[in-house]
Design a protein around this ligand. Structure first.
Ligand code: SIN
Ligand code: MN
Length: 260
């Protein structure tokens, strides 16, 4: 899958690209069918909210689940990022964020590269996320919020928040978020399950708690240029991967072929 010149220009300007319905209902169904089994597992990779029950984020499912292994190497995930980063990529991080109905907690304002640089010593922001909606995302169930254009400000000063949620995060202060949002506004792409968002690792983003009765499962595959691999192995392997092998994209029908 090739991005057009227009899409690349939009990405460079806004810091993200929304791809409505990039995956079809059968592909989404194949991935969704795996979620209950993954979320039911009691293993370190399945990180729960402060209540100890609702799943906040399930790491590294691509290492033990065939459907998600295929998603992580899907050409619609990998090829646009190879194009934008101009070369081969590996999986730096893989997570399925539950944002469960009623119980899904906040993700504070942050930049992903802020964490990757400070915790993992990733040399440059030559990495980005592809998010895939496994539920419809609406204004009610805690959509991702972006500050368009904020990726152009570089890596901003951040504090390590160990208290707000169950998950440690390098977060931005209110003055910084206010300054950036007054300049760029806030966008919250919403759409059907199967929609995808490619976003820059310095793009400032957050999401509110999900107090709606509808879950908001989103998968995030963080892809990094192989030359830009992390230099420090402080976090568990399943949070920040150490296999820097370039991904060989699978064929386009790989999720439809799952049962075959
Ligand atoms: C993240 O920024 O890593 C997660 C945000 C979300 O799932 O709402
Ligand atoms: Mn993030």
């Amino acid at each position: 899958m090739r991005l057009s010149a227009r899409q690349i220009a939009d990405f460079e300007e806004q810091g993200y690209l929304f791809l409505p319905e990039a995956f079809d209902p059968a592909e989404v169904a194949a991935l969704r069918a795996e979620i209950p089994g993954i979320f039911a597992q009691q293993r370190d990779e399945v990180w729960r909210e402060k209540d100890g029950k609702a799943v906040r984020t399930a790491f590294a499912a691509h290492t033990y689940n065939e459907a998600f292994r295929r998603l992580a190497a899907h050409p619609r995930m990998v090829e646009p990022v190879m194009q934008l980063l101009d070369g081969p990529v590996y999986v730096h991080q893989f997570k399925i964020n539950g944002k469960e109905a009623f119980d899904g907690d906040v993700w504070q304002w942050h930049q992903d590269y802020g964490t990757w640089a400070r915790d993992d010593l990733m040399p440059e922001p030559r990495a980005m996320n592809v998010a895939v909606f496994l539920d419809e995302v609406t204004e009610f169930n805690g959509p991702l919020m972006f500050i368009p254009g904020s990726h152009k400000d570089g890596t901003l000063k951040a504090g390590h928040d160990l208290a707000t949620t169950s998950y440690p995060l390098w977060t931005l202060d209110r003055a910084t978020v206010t300054r950036l949002a007054e300049a760029g506004g806030i966008a919250a792409p919403k759409g059907a399950a199967g929609s995808a968002i490619v976003f820059h690792s310095n793009l400032v983003h957050a999401s509110a708690p999900n107090i709606s009765p509808w879950g908001r499962t989103i998968v995030y595959v963080s892809l990094c240029h192989v030359d830009n691999h992390i230099r420090q192995f402080k976090r568990p392997e399943w949070v920040a991967h150490r296999d820097f092998t370039p991904i060989a994209p699978l064929h386009d029908a790989c999720l439809r072929d799952l049962g075959a």
